[in-house]
Each structure stands twice: as structure tokens, then as C-alpha cells.
Write a protein that binds this ligand. Structure first.
Ligand code: PGA
Length: 250
């Protein structure tokens, strides 16, 4: 099963947090499909989190990688270093990276290539702003982001795309589930028609996913899972969301 539910912890966490989170998660999760679940802690805590989950094959990944392999790039972390720590995936091109750290589609393309070269599954994030949504340009904007990011990376052996409307992240607002479903259908069509050699594994939705709205999302055929920020900081809530996913989809 591909990655279905991914926790994006952003700039949160500590060793104590990792241990407590695992206890809460493990005492509430009813399934055994650990390998379809991913956690992306701050990179500094990957090693510790790996040891906390040593008995479970939960996928551990990172929130970002550099677009180069080595060099004079103070503060950066490469895909090969992340792989060296035993990670399986990397989130790439999250809107916070695009907006706060000025990542372009061209840089994102290089990061996708780095991830693929190091056998990390890239989770490419795309999403429209509130203005773009209100102007009914969502499809156009997403298509542009996907084509620019994948143009130089058209033979990725595996890829997950996360549709994350910028205005839905951390806001408590989401598009209607059926709107998300049609966006996901469009994303699958764009990748299949423009990049037939790419192994697209799944299209996740991200932006204010929580236990309350999880079932309305996972009922939709083209929503293959979720990338979860705020609600994933609570080990119990992440487990409850995973239980909902398993009831509806597994
Ligand atoms: P949120 O964040 O679930 O807190 O909206 C999602 C994300 O940014 O990946």
C-alpha cells in the first residue's frame, strides 16, 4: 500500500514529544498497516523518532531537502543524508517553503530529482491561493505548478502529490469534498497525459484535515489519503483519523 496518511509536524517537537506521541498513537490505532503511515518530524529528530518506532514499520521522512547533493550551502540537508538516516520519503515544495523560503518550481524540480536519485518517495505539494481560488483559476494554477515542477523530472520512479490549497492550511477551512475530488481527478489526468513515465502512487489532500472531517474526505474516490499538519501533533487524533481511513478504504 502506498503512503496514505502523512503527519507534517513542521517546526514542532522534542524527544519527549516523540515518545509521548508514540504512546498515544499506539494505544489508539486499531490497524496494522503501519507502512502506509508517514511521519515527517524536524530533520534533527529523525534518528530519535526512528528509535522510538523501531518495532513498527511506520515510514519516517523529512519536510524538505536541498536541491543539491553537496557543496557550500550552510544549513542545508541533502537527500542522501536523509536516506542515510533510513528515511523513506520527503515532502517537497510545501507552500510554506514556497512562500517563506522563496522556492520556485525549478528548485522544486531539482529536489524531486534528488529525492528520486536517493530512493526517497517525493511528496510534491501544490495548491492555489485564496485569490486564485476566488478567480476560478485553481485548475490552471495547479496544472502550471505540476508541469513546471515535473518537466525536468519526467521519469520519477515514484511520486505522491499532495493538493494543499494555501487558504485551507491551518485555517479550519476546506474546499467541499467533491470539489477536492474533481481537483484530484484533474491532477491524475495531467500527470498521466503529460508524464506517462512517472509512477504516480497517490494524490493526498492537505489543509485542515481532522478527525471530524476525515470521513467526508475519505469517502471520495480520488482522495487517496491526507497530509496532516495541526491535527497530526496529537498522537491520539492522528490514530483516530487513521482508523477512519482504514474503515472506509482498507
Ligand atoms: P494543517 O496543515 O493540517 O494544519 O492545515 C497541513 C499542511 O500544511 O501540510
Amino acid at each position: 500500500m502506498p503512503l496514505c496518511l502523512v503527519a507534517n509536524w513542521k517546526l514542532n517537537g522534542s524527544k519527549e514529544f516523540n515518545s509521548q506521541w508514540a504512546l498515544e498513537f499506539l494505544s489508539n490505532f486499531k490497524g496494522n498497516n503501519f507502512s502506509s503511515l508517514g511521519i515527517a518530524p524536524a530533520s534533527l529528530y529523525i534518528d530519535h523518532l526512528k528509535s522510538v518506532f523501531a518495532d513498527y514499520d511506520v515510514m519516517i521522512g523529512c519536510q524538505n531537502i536541498d536541491f543539491q547533493e553537496t557543496g557550500a550551502r550552510t544549513g542545508e540537508i541533502s537527500a542522501s543524508m536523509i536516506k542515510d538516516l533510513g528515511c523513506e520519503f520527503s515532502i517537497i515544495g510545501h507552500s510554506e517553503r514556497r512562500i517563506l523560503f522563496h522556492e520556485t518550481n525549478q528548485m522544486i524540480c531539482q529536489k524531486l530529482i534528488q529525492a528520486d536519485r536517493n530512493s526517497l518517495v517525493p511528496i510534491l505539494c501544490v495548491g492555489e491561493s485564496i485569490e486564485e481560488n476566488q478567480n476560478n483559476t485553481t485548475f490552471k494554477v495547479l496544472k502550471h505548478q505540476i508541469i513546471e515542477a515535473l518537466e525536468g523530472a519526467d521519469e520519477l520512479s515514484s511520486l505522491v502529490i499532495a493538493y494543499e490549497p494555501v487558504w485551507a492550511i491551518g485555517s479550519g477551512k476546506t474546499p467541499n469534498p467533491d470539489e477536492i475530488n474533481s481537483v484530484h481527478e484533474m491532477i491524475k489526468d495531467v500527470v498521466q497525459s503529460h508524464f506517462p513515465k512517472i509512477g504516480l502512487k497517490s494524490v493526498l489532500y492537505g489543509g485542515s484535515v481532522n478527525f471530524t472531517n476525515a470521513s467526508s474526505l475519505f469517502e471520495q474516490q480520488n482522495i487517496d489519503g491526507a497530509l496532516i499538519g495541526g491535527a497530526s501533533l496529537d498522537g491520539k487524533e492522528f490514530a483516530l483519523i487513521a482508523n477512519v481511513f482504514n474503515e472506509l478504504r482498507v
